[in-house]
Design a protein around this ligand. Structure first.
Ligand code: SF4
Ligand code: SF4
Length: 382
């Protein structure tokens, strides 16, 4: 199916997910009724929800978004998924076009296919991350029709949660979200407080028993939000961080952490906002066709900045690690007035070398503070 058809078919889904495109409608629904709604929704649609897939160190469950066909299969009280939801929009490997060669001629086929998809249970930081990807993939200088097709045809149901001890999304102001979803559910005991941000979600829900929020429901929602806000155990001071990073560009701290880094790229793979990719041409074995594909890449990988002729602009681990931090906390702040990290700490949990944003940023701040109380000032940097 071509992009234009998709836009037409999915216009409702997209309009409703755009910021401020239509007024939010608030309702409450019992959890029992909500499960019926999910059952009906996933019965005839491709849907993914959080499911426990394994057990990690210390017996902690590991969750991932997996296909679901009923509410019973969904772990509604999950914590966070190991991988982010970005892969539904930016698959690890994506075919951009196919070429076929026949009798001296060639043809190119480009397809923007994105079957309807329902994502259930995304956390506020996950949805914020998708909103940031929208900025890059839809509103940047080179909008991606592949991303657009998927984004428009995906119905997102968000759910709030209490943070894990290492989540720092409050520091990044991403612990709440008010756009980018079709429906958002706040847990207020035996009911969900629903924020309906989509005419499609509203028409689906009309078949079920909804109530107007009562005074008590509103109080429960405010209490719930307060409880979430005060449950964060990890905080990172990000005020003035872009300027601070400018000052610390030559800091030995980068090499210190770089020496620990294994250059495995796991941090970027699980990160909901890392979108760097590489492009490959793959030829069929009979040389009658080829496929142009992009695949997600990581700036921590050793050949990320290597160019034709073999020169590598960032051969040192520390420089590559620094680059990733500058992209997340410096470059975007300068270009788009926001930092692209949402504070989920997936990168920290996935890192076998125990490198995480909180420790790296705190280390830089500590170094700067000790420098400022030093008797002899640092030499000027040029
Ligand atoms: S950099 Fe780390 S904490 Fe920030 S969004 Fe990516 S995975 Fe989450
Ligand atoms: S996951 Fe850790 S070790 Fe691997 S590239 Fe990222 S920072 Fe380096």
């Amino acid at each position: 199916m071509h992009l234009r058809t998709f836009i037409k078919d999915s216009a409702d889904l997209f309009r409703i997910s755009a910021a401020g495109a239509c007024p939010m409608i608030y309702k409450v629904i019992s959890k029992t009724e909500f499960r019926k709604f999910i059952d009906a929704l996933v019965k005839h649609n491709t849907a993914y929800g959080p499911r426990q897939v394994d057990t990690g160190s210390g017996g902690k469950p590991i969750y991932q978004f997996r296909p679901v066909t009923s509410a019973d299969e969904i772990d509604f009280d999950y914590t966070v998924t190991h991988s982010s939801a970005k892969h539904f929009f930016l698959p690890f490997r994506d075919e951009l076009s196919r070429f076929s060669f026949e009798d001296g001629n060639w043809e190119q086929e480009v397809r923007y296919e994105a079957p309807p998809l329902i994502l259930i249970g995304l956390r506020p930081c996950d949805i914020s991350a998708i909103n940031m990807l929208d900025e890059v993939m839809l509103h940047g200088p080179y909008p991606s029709p592949y991303y657009l097709a998927r984004r428009k045809n995906t119905f997102i149901i968000g759910m709030d949660h209490l943070p894990l001890p290492d989540c720092f999304c409050k520091s990044m102001n991403r612990h709440t979200v008010n756009h980018g979803f079709n429906l958002f559910c706040s847990d207020i005991g035996d009911k969900y407080y629903l924020s309906i941000n989509s005419s499609k979600a509203y028409s689906f829900l009309k078949e079920f028993m909804l109530e107007e929020p009562s005074y008590e429901d509103n109080c429960l929602l405010i209490e719930r939000r307060k409880m979430i806000k005060h449950s964060f155990e990890t905080n990172i001071e990000v005020t003035g961080l872009p300027v601070f990073l400018d000052i610390e560009f030559d800091s030995p701290i980068w090499q210190k952490w770089g020496d620990k880094c294994l250059s495995c790229g796991s941090c970027a793979m699980v990160c909901p906002t890392c979108y760097c990719y590489s492009v490959e041409e793959r030829f069929d074995i009979d040389l009658k066709g080829s496929s142009r594909q992009n695949h997600l890449y990581s700036c921590n990988l050793v050949d990320f900045a290597q160019v034709a002729g073999g020169h590598n602009f960032r051969p040192r681990n520390g420089d590559r690690l620094k680059y990733r931090y500058y992209h997340h906390y410096r470059g975007f702040a300068a270009n788009d007035n926001q930092q692209i990290c949402v504070g989920c700490n997936r990168c920290g949990r996935a890192c076998l070398a125990d490198i995480n944003p909180k420790d790296v940023i705190n280390d830089l701040r500590l170094e700067r503070e000790s420098c400022m109380i030093c008797v002899s000032p640092s030499p000027d940097r040029t």
